[in-house]
Design a protein around this ligand. Sequence first.
Ligand code: SF4
Length: 450
Amino acid sequence: MDQKLLPFAVQDVPRYTSYPTAVQFRSDFAPELADQWLRELSPETSLSVYVHIPFCRQLCWYCGCHTSVPNSYDRAARYVDLLVQDIRRTARLVGGKRGRVKHVHLGGGTPTYLDDFHIGEILEAVDKGLGLATDAEVALESDPRTLTAARAKALAFMGFTRVSFGVQDFATPVQMKINRLQTFGLVAAATDYLRQAGFTSINFDLMYGLPGQTEASVARTAQQAATLAPERLAVFGYAHVPWFKKHQKMISDADLPGVAERYAQARTIEAELGAAGYAAVGLDHFALPHDPLTVAAASGKLRRNFQGYTTDISDALLAFGASAIAETPQGFMQAARDTLQWSERVAAGANPVARGLMLTSEDRLRAAVIERLMCDFAVDYGALAAAHGFGADHFSEVPGKLAPAIAAGLASLEGTRVSVPPHHRLFLRSVAAAFDAHFTMAPNRHARAV
Ligand code: SF4
């Protein structure tokens, strides 16, 4: 690794799945305001829906998600009852034309922890309350260890169009260190079940920086994953935050690769997937050339939201479940993280929002600049400032903020057009931080750049 890159690789920077980031959300956000924002949505607003299922069968030691292992299925069944109640309540507030829901994503946790009946109940509530578009993209995250041929058929029958598997690494020594044993054969069989059920869009998540991973292990995993031909892959660096996620204490610091090794692993995966015919999309995604994500990236239509990179162009994202974040034209609203607290609020017929943020016109401008940079690797921030009604000198501090990245070769600036060379995509977040009015260097506040 070039030593010039090192200070950027160890920086803690936001993932910029939103701007402002969730760190800025305010805890004095009133539930009445959240309801008002929902009522104010135009009847024509196109909608996207996220549903959070905070349950898993067992805990992976690397997990950074908001999840838990329930001691009985009854807890999950009760949670689904409340989800349905909250979806119906929101639908009454939103009203409007039917068939506006273009995207649905069930994430977690593990949505397939739920049985078919409960998954179907959630989808039915979304469809009856808000109205699924006939061509809606309906995705869910699934644990390949529990996916059967019958379940794959059931998911297709319910209307799911994409399934995402957590693969991470196929090497058994790595899997033992992260408490997630799943052979290549198991993932291959699960992928086959999906194909036989008619799925034409499958996503794999891979990771680098896990305990025991080496360049050789990630290269082999990427090669093996590519033989199964998922349409998309997302590649994330492991974030070791045991003071925040207690179960990560099961991972020994001594087993973790250093920053140069993490960088080499990320670049190795990139090279292997590139050699297998995948196009690099944004910071950390890969997709086959015909995939809509690749097409959107090539035509400047790629978007970034809380689920990462997407083709979703909906005007509002409605979110359901503990910790889920909604985004409307007015701002962000995050439901209570604590499942008990969330349950009590929903059971009482209240909006379960716990934090939120009203956007200013300045936030919208910065959000637009950061999103285009994260998606296109380049943005003319002067042109965007003018389009948003701001003066030419609005970002006068930016050249100074960008100077260290430019000196290291991570970015270049021509007039007000900043660009990042594609081979430095891993550092996109560090460059985007120059446009973040709230960003300060603070250790452990965000995830490390590499
Ligand atoms: S299955 Fe996913 S959400 Fe559940 S513990 Fe493992 S990594 Fe976390």
